[in-house]
Design a protein around this ligand. Structure first.
Ligand code: FPP
Length: 242
């Protein structure tokens, strides 16, 4: 069910960010606090996603980008990497029908080639099925690192400059980023109390509002999400002006 403007106002959400990015952190600590294996934390983390994606879609948020697997995550023990890969495959296979029904457009950002074939296949199938959807643009960062993204964009621009003899403009550079057709990021949320960007969308976060919460990701309910969005509503954004 889509929210009306009045309903959003009643929730204290008169202004919605066009593009929200989330660093979903704290699955391991959530599990540890319950004497559960880390895998249980990741599983609970995936459970959280459904509700938040649904709310984002119903509230009319244009784009949501989630950090699911960073280019630094490969150093984790192999069984944990395997659990994360399995969860990804399961998620894309299981959720796709409902996401598609809700007009969500799914895209992966990052270098998918490093993943096992079964992950690549599940992600590509979800992208293809939802490519024409006009609703929420849902981006999942997989084997993503901002420094690698910026280097890749710089290399593409250099090659083009050698070819054409013309230096790239801002728009040419931005066209090489994974986020090329997405609105500017308005809000970055990171759970679990850590206060850093961990190589996530370093260029795109230039003017974003930053929201840090001590809540572990599996505890980040819709109510917590609305709290973050209300906090965003209360901020005065000046983009360098007065
Ligand atoms: C951080 O918790 C979380 C991750 C590295 C993975 C996030 C992944 C999911 C929520 C599931 C997969 C995603 C999709 C889209 C299906 P952590 O393990 O770093 O926690 P810790 O810092 O407490 O150890």
């Amino acid at each position: 069910m889509k929210y009306t403007n009045q309903q959003l106002q009643e929730l204290g959400l008169a202004t919605l960010p066009a593009h929200i990015v989330i660093i979903m952190d704290g699955n391991g600590r959530w599990a540890k606090g319950r004497s559960l294996p880390r895998a249980a934390g990741h599983k609970a983390g995936v459970e959280r996603l459904r509700e938040l994606i649904r709310f984002s879609s119903d509230a009319g948020i244009a784009a949501l980008t989630l950090y699911a697997f960073s280019s630094e995550n490969w150093v984790r023990p192999e069984p944990e990497v395997r659990v994360l890969c399995n969860l990804l495959v399961e998620y894309f296979n299981k959720e796709i029908a409902e996401l598609h029904e809700n007009q969500v457009r799914i895209r992966a950002i990052g270098d998918l080639n490093a993943f096992p074939q079964r992950v690549q296949k599940a992600v590509r199938a979800a992208e293809e099925k939802t490519a024409q959807n006009a609703g929420l643009k849902l981006n999942i960062a997989l084997n993503y690192g901002a420094q690698a993204e910026l280097l890749r964009a710089a290399q593409a621009c250099s090659a083009r400059a050698i070819e054409t003899g013309r230096l790239p403009e801002k728009a040419d550079f931005e066209a090489q980023l994974y986020t090329a057709d997405l609105p500017e990021v308005d809000l970055m949320i990171r759970t679990s109390g850590e206060q850093r960007l961990s190589n996530f969308l370093l260029y795109q976060l230039a003017y974003a509002e930053l929201y840090f919460t001590p809540c572990f990701w599996p505890d980040f309910t819709k109510e917590e999400y609305i709290k973050a969005l209300r906090d965003y509503n209360a901020r005065g954004r000046r983009f360098g002006g007065l």
